[in-house]
Design a binder for this molecule. Structure first.
Ligand SMILES: [Zn+2]
Length: 396
């Protein structure tokens, strides 16, 4: 494979042009071909399930780049969370407060990462494993090639086989999104994956087996992307409650940090090695990929470049539960998607509750959940409440 010593810039107006970019020379000098970006989302993958034992391929990938230990999703629902990833916008801004099967679809007026790179002549492919990640929610906007099951989910091997075949056919710059659904319930890992994480019959063991399975199946695609010198970004749309709080095993009806914190790994040419502890989120991913590729940013997003500086960080993260369930959250209004928990997690001070009455619910349980992540429970009143209100996360 051709190895370029310069930074290649691909544009529609000038066709293929060679541009010496001193700023990106370090990033580009190791790239073996035209630029590529691989985005992997592992559905329902918890932030505390990235390790040498559970995810050997991703652990190894993380050792070559950056692992973010304080990364967040704005909502525990697949379609809405991915909409934030691809637009750089929060749910009140892009309008998705639920999944596609709840009737939500991203408006075409919103600009996406795929549209932005496509406008610069990049090939774009989306290969997903579940219906909520499919095109019906508008998530495939800007992807020339789009592949999803018509309902439910499909085997990860099938999705990744299609994705890898597509990648193998690319000779110019490319953006590939692959979504896998293994850790999403029901948990039914292959026997070998279950054995690899110590076996067991309970839900926790089988969930761990599913995480290992996703990692194993992703190994080949990651290796191919690495061989092509791609930027690789791996994350989750949300985590999963393992009965740490009431409402048992689920992610849709919770604003717990167990659900809203996600793993995030970025690796590739020019990406430094190390860990990052600053507060970041899914809304930063599109901007980071575009900045790495030297392409124009998305409009309307206030995202961070996750590869800039020593430790990029936000002062707070605003989020919401996916659905309202009064059994899980006393006081939430089951009448609509807007009547649900909204919370602000502050970087320095722990949890700030936005929704009045939320504090009645399991404050001790929340404190325990936060403690698992080294976050203290903070006073309810947040200095960022005005900002949260402006973002639509607080009732007027
Ligand atoms: Zn999901």
């Amino acid at each position: 494979m051709r190895r370029s010593s310069l930074c290649l810039s691909w544009g529609l107006s000038s066709g293929l042009s060679l541009v010496l970019s001193f700023g990106l020379l370090t990033a580009c000098e190791e790239a073996p071909g035209p630029p590529g970006v691989l985005i992997l989302t592992i559905d329902t993958w918890r932030a505390d399930h990235l390790s040498a034992e559970l995810t050997p391929n991703l652990h190894k990938l993380a050792s070559t780049g950056l692992q973010f230990h304080n990364a967040w999703t704005p909502i525990g629902l697949t379609t809405a969370a991915h909409a934030s990833l691809f637009t750089g916008l929060l749910p009140p801004e892009h309008g998705l407060r639920g999944n596609n099967h709840h009737g939500y679809r991203l408006a075409e007026t919103h600009q996406t990462l795929a549209e932005q790179v496509k406008a610069q002549g990049w090939a774009t492919g989306a290969f997903v494993s579940s219906y909520p990640a499919g095109p019906e929610g508008g998530l495939h906007q800007g992807f020339d090639t789009s592949s999803a099951p018509e309902s439910g989910e499909r085997p990860t091997a099938e999705t990744l086989g299609l994705a890898q075949a597509w990648l193998g056919a690319q000779t110019g710059p490319w953006l590939l999104w692959a979504h896998v659904n293994d850790p999403h319930g029901p948990y039914a890992p292959d026997a070998a994956d279950l054995a690899a994480v110590g076996g067991g019959e309970d839900d926790k063991a089988r969930y761990r087996g599913e995480v290992h399975q996703a990692d194993r199946l992703l190994g080949s695609l990651i290796a191919e992307a690495q061989a092509r010198g791609a930027l690789i970004i791996v994350t989750a749309d949300h985590g999963e409650l393992h009965a740490e709080e009431r409402c048992g095993w689920q992610h849709e009806r919770s604003s717990s940090p167990v659900v809203l914190r996600v793993p995030l790994v970025i690796a590739g040419p020019g990406v430094p090695q190390g860990r990052r502890d600053g507060m970041v989120g899914l809304t930063d991913i599109a901007h980071t990929a575009l900045t790495w590729a030297k392409l124009p940013p998305l409009t309307g997003s206030s995202a961070l470049d996750l590869l800039a500086g020593d430790d990029p960080s936000r002062s707070f993260w605003a989020a919401e539960s996916g659905l309202c369930d009064p059994e899980c959250t006393p006081g939430c209004d089951p009448a609509g998607f807007l009547g649900k928990d909204r919370v602000v997690y502050a970087n320095e001070g722990g949890l700030y509750v936005v929704r009045p009455g939320f504090g009645e619910y399991g404050e001790g349980e929340l404190a325990a959940g936060l403690e698992n992540y080294g976050l203290p429970l903070a006073p309810v009143e947040s200095p960022d409440a005005d900002q949260a209100r402006a973002l639509g996360y607080q009732d007027p």
